[in-house]
Design a binder for this molecule. Structure first.
Ligand SMILES: [Zn+2]
Ligand SMILES: [Zn+2]
Length: 352
């Protein structure tokens, strides 16, 4: 993106029309734009790229600023609430809704939970879901973007996100989501909402500094504690890609290395029952017996009770039949899209 901006900065003003050409700026800000084409980027070999760690290093470096801004009870508890609220967004929405469609909601509800998910700063919902669907399709085989078995702990934990080949969103994996322009827009400009939310946190802190000085907080203190929460959120989520395929027990003899782990289930609000999940990816619950604590599922049950979501899939057998039907529908959708793309291409005039 930076390269694209650098080479295009001269063309900001269109020489023929003398109008401001915004295309290079939009391309720079667009997470789905790749000058060489997303397919070309995706086809590159998957490998760790040190430069890709920049944003992670930045998040961890901001955490160290805690020595300058200090702590207050409200900053600490805000970080805890942000951790739980955003972990729920990742597990309940990015994972169990966008990736696996284990319940239904309205279009407005879908937009709302997409925005909520964006606050976790883990790219857009379509990017997340496309990679996760690939993980289930190719678990612990060559095409798996983050196989701990094939590439080791660190690559499956953070390394895979730095790989250039994993930057684009594979839209062929998510035709059911890509048909909503509002979701595509959020996926393209995924950075905008977390930045706005961070600014909102700073504003709240500054308001409290003036109006509630007894709380001993301020904008920068709340921002730093929001970053601390994000760092914990990152590693908690990433453990499911790394440790959940390494450490734990197995109830089902699935074809991958997925494991069940009580501790990981606690810190990820239920995602630690990963072996259960690989056996029954189409159901909303991952803890299958009473002692397999699954806080995300309890949260989803509460949302169902409020009427925000419905048709929550619980029965593994019923879910398999529904999924078979839906995957057939999805294949038809992809085929239809390919036909319409070919028709569009055929209609393009041939430029000599
Ligand atoms: Zn897995
Ligand atoms: Zn999954």
């Amino acid at each position: 993106m930076l390269y694209a901006l650098g080479t295009n900065v001269i063309s900001l003003f269109n020489s023929e029309t003398h109008l401001l050409n915004l295309k290079p700026i939009i391309n720079f800000l667009d997470s789905d734009y790749f000058a060489e084409g997303a397919d070309v980027v995706r086809a590159q070999p998957a490998q760790f790229r040190p430069l890709g760690l920049t944003s992670f290093i930045f998040v961890h470096a901001v955490c160290l600023c805690v020595f300058f801004v200090g702590v207050s009870p409200i900053a600490f508890w805000m970080a805890v609430v942000l951790y739980i609220g955003r972990m729920f967004a990742v597990t309940g929405f990015y994972h169990r809704y966008f990736s696996h469609r284990t319940f239904k909601t309205s279009r407005a509800g879908q937009l709302f939970i997409a925005l909520w998910g964006l606050t976790a700063v883990q790219r857009g919902p379509l990017w997340w879901a496309a990679h996760h669907r690939t993980h289930h399709q190719m678990s612990d085989t060559e095409g798996d973007p983050h196989s701990a078995k094939l590439r080791g702990f660190w690559y499956s934990h953070m390394g895979w996100i730095t790989s250039y080949s994993n930057l684009p969103t594979d839209y062929s994996k998510i035709p059911d989501l890509a048909k909503f322009p509002e979701l595509v827009f959020l996926n393209r400009f995924d950075w905008a909402f977390p930045i706005s939310a961070t600014f909102g946190v700073w504003v709240v802190g500054e308001i409290l500094k003036v109006n509630a000085p007894q709380l001993h907080t301020n904008g920068w203190q709340l921002v730093v504690w929001a970053f601390i929460s994000t760092a914990f959120l990152y590693h908690g989520t990433f453990f499911i890609n790394s440790l959940s395929h390494i450490w734990g027990t197995r109830r089902f003899e699935t074809e991958d290395e997925s494991k069940n782990n009580f501790l990981l289930a606690l810190i990820t609000l239920g995602e630690g029952w990963h072996n259960n999940h690989h056996r029954y990816p189409g159901i909303a619950r991952q803890g299958l017996v009473w002692w397999e604590v699954d806080l995300t599922y309890y949260g989803l049950k509460f949302m169902e009770l409020l009427g925000i979501i419905w048709d929550v899939r619980r029965n593994p057998i019923e879910s398999s039949a529904v999924r078979a039907q839906e995957s057939l529908e999805q294949e038809n959708l992809v085929a239809e899209q390919q036909v319409s793309e070919k028709q569009t291409e055929a209609k393009q005039p041939v430029l000599q």
